[in-house]
Design a protein around this ligand. Sequence first.
Ligand code: SF4
Ligand code: SF4
Length: 387
Amino acid sequence: MSFADRPDTDRPVFIAKCDSYDPDTLDSVINSAFDSIGIGPEELAGKKVMIKPNLILGKKPELAVTTHPNFLEACAKAAKLRGAEKVTVAESPGGPYNAISFSAVCKACGIASSPWYDLNSDFGFSQVATEGRILKNSTFITPFFESDVIIDLCKLKTHSLTKMTCASKNLFGLVPGVDKFGFHATFPDMKDFSAMLADLANYVCSRKKVIAVCDAILSHEGNGPSQGSPRFTGYVLASRSVFSLDVVAEHMLKMDGEVLYLDAARELGLTKRQFDDIEIIGSEPVPCFDFKRPDSDSLSTIKNLSSIMDGKFIKLMEVRPKVNRSKCVGCGKCAASCPRKTIKMTGRKKKKAKIIHKNCIKCYCCQELCPAGAVFAKRNPILRVIH
Ligand code: SF4
Ligand code: SF4
């Protein structure tokens, strides 16, 4: 059976060392990745390809928050050289979904025009019935509907809300702008939010051919997806299954079985249950890294102690987002993106953000989108000692 014929749950994951963003090195590794997972001209010739990078917000490539521009170009080039008719780079960053915002984010991320791709210029979107287990309908950006193939260019990162973000979570960026914040309000419970992410990725992968390619050269640890630190890991991963790739990524971060949206994907039968069941092509053994975890991850420590503490004490110990007012520049982006509208801009001379915690659902959208790194996860001092 060729790779192209194998069911999605049975897709191997390619992994190879890659120690730089040098264009020639990337061309060689990306071509090898495409060939190894069976992506040739028969899959791409004459097709409209959409590249979905991770451009969550405008950050320099060396901060490892966003897909590196050379990585993006190498993937676009590999698709074009396999006969793709058109390659369009499209993404809905955090914040409003429009030409001005997209162009500003691309500029900050070092993504310019290229002979190998076009930057998206259609900022329309439509709603469809997704008929998932929990996600019944969703809006998606127009380039999603207009493409035959999606190349999902994710980064390997820890994540304050979902612990890890990689291939399947990256598809959440196909939902336009502020609609994403609405999902946090609709699914405030982490288990439901995770089930929604699995439903959404399942819908996308059932409608389009999706190729996941992960930029794990310079990864991101700590308070990801945007407020952590770069961490050199030196690998490229690729798979025709976003879920299989994510199970391998989960293992690389020593988080096996911890990422709830992968649990939801496993329950839906979208991937093999364990890392050991996934066929690996390329570098073995698969490397594991001791990534710094997000500060919000302390919540799991508290839950582990729940048997010896009563509910009120646990509540008191909870990690919660807080604004460092001396760092806050008063831009109001957190207030505009908060799904519970629980951030107020206060102050007589200069407005600064203030979180009213009563309604906060701890989605960390405010931390994710703060351009000044002013939002942090505040841990109780006792918890710091325990952790
Ligand atoms: S906390 Fe960050 S996003 Fe919110 S107003 Fe201050 S600088 Fe802007
Ligand atoms: S204050 Fe921050 S963490 Fe709380 S609901 Fe609003 S965006 Fe989410």
